[in-house]
Design a protein around this ligand. Structure first.
Ligand code: PLP
Length: 388
């Protein structure tokens, strides 16, 4: 328990996607969309109040202190010596990935990514005029592994120009190891494939695992990669969007700049987004993030063991990072598990079909709730499943 995270605003009344109530109901517990129920660290409020106090929103340059704090963050957290020139920002990580796809592909190119996948990413691939090539992950005893043989065969046969890596992986919660990343990078180098690395889930990592940003993997990875990260998932800054894009290789960076500069994002960076991002990166919220990770680990363990013991037909994969449970419901014999849970348990989750055609019997469940709401949701699920 932790009083800060045990008390959250009532998101049914603030326009939250996750807590939106179906017509005629006000009791549905939101466990879909990947944001947090908790208030942000106090330093975010202070940073935003200082901006509001001035109440002037002219075009502003990012100060040297911005680049100092971001590069210090990379060094402090990952031992990565990032340079100011590598960095730019876009007010959306999906937008950044879509722009990177335009920079690194031509219409008709193939783009490979692991499945199951976060739905907006294949949509970004298709809207760039590219063809999606799936590299399904292998599931054994509830644990997901990369299928390197299939990956290599598809690099050889389909000749993708880009590998869209999601690490930590959504929805399985895998945090890829140095060994796995080395192998992926080596294959991409061998087959001349560039990497776009979506690392938005990199902040919440459970004990025993470590997030390795793609640019910290190896010199080869730095030559091949566009890295996209954000403070959003770790600090609940979803509606203060500020994706940080880092490109170490000068040739790749020139291609990225040709695409991104015409959008003029750097000319009018939202000052609230920037102030919040910088404040949580400068060390002021390190303890908060550590406390959040402890709380989420307890939520994760509670949900996994509850489902295992009380609802054995729902098989959860234990995530190594982030706050999402990927659950196989096929043993329950339901036509649509997500619809069933909404109707019978008053719990809204993501339908697995959003993550690929093969996953209609899966659900994705967000457990970044107060402990009390989480327990209520689990109790309701147990009751609804028992009565089906
Ligand atoms: C893998 C992945 N990438 C990108 C995003 C978008 O993140 P944001 O809205 O914080 O930019 C999400 C959000 O759930 C995600 O899961």
């Amino acid at each position: 328990m932790n009083p800060f995270f045990d008390n959250a605003p009532d998101h049914r009344k603030n326009g939250s996607y996750r807590w939106e109530q179906p017509a005629g109901r006000d009791d549905v517990i939101g466990m879909g969309t990947a944001d947090l129920d908790y208030c942000c660290p106090e330093c975010v409020k202070e940073a935003c109040l200082a901006i509001a106090q001035e109440n002037a929103y002219n075009y502003r340059k990012k100060p040297d202190s911005y680049f100092q704090i971001v590069t210090d963050w990379y060094r402090r957290k990952y031992g990565l010596l990032a340079e100011k020139e590598w960095l730019s920002n876009v007010p959306s990580t999906i937008g950044a990935i879509r722009i990177a796809l335009s920079a690194l592909t031509r219409p008709g190119d193939a783009v490979i990514m692991q499945s199951p996948f976060f739905g907006p990413l294949p949509r970004a691939v298709e809207s760039a005029g590219c063809r999606l090539v799936e590299n399904p992950m292998i599931r054994q005893d509830g644990v997901y592994a990369l299928d390197f043989a299939d990956f290599e065969q598809k690099l050889r046969d389909e000749k993708p120009s880009v590998f869209l890596l999601v690490n930590p992986h959504n929805p399985t919660g895998r945090v890829f190891s140095q060994k796995e990343l080395d192998r992926l990078v080596a294959l991409c180098e061998q087959y001349d494939v560039k990497i776009i690395s979506d690392e938005v889930h990199g902040l919440i990592i459970y004990p025993g695992k470590k997030h390795i940003p793609v640019l910290a993997v190896s010199p080869a990875a730095r030559r091949l990669s566009v890295q996209v990260m954000s403070m959003s998932k770790g600090f609940n800054l979803m509606s203060l969007p500020h994706a940080i894009v880092a490109v170490a290789d000068p040739v790749l960076r020139a291609a990225w700049n040709d695409e991104v500069i015409p959008y003029s994002f750097g000319y009018a960076t939202n000052p609230f987004s920037m102030a919040a991002a910088v404040k949580v990166m400068d060390g002021s919220a390190d303890q908060w993030l550590s406390d959040l990770t402890d709380y989420l680990k307890e939520n994760r363990d509670l949900a996994v063991s509850f489902l295992q013991n009380e609802v054995p037909g729902m098989r959860a994969t234990v995530p190594e990072g982030s706050f999402l449970l990927w659950i196989d419901c096929s043993e329950l014999g339901l036509e649509n598990p997500a619809e069933f849970l909404l109707e019978k348990a008053g719990v809204s989750v993501n339908d697995g079909a959003e993550f690929g055609n093969a996953y209609g019997q899966f659900i994705r469940m967000n457990f970044a709730l107060t402990r009390q709401n989480l327990q209520t949701a689990l109790d309701r699920i147990k009751k609804a499943v028992a009565a089906r």
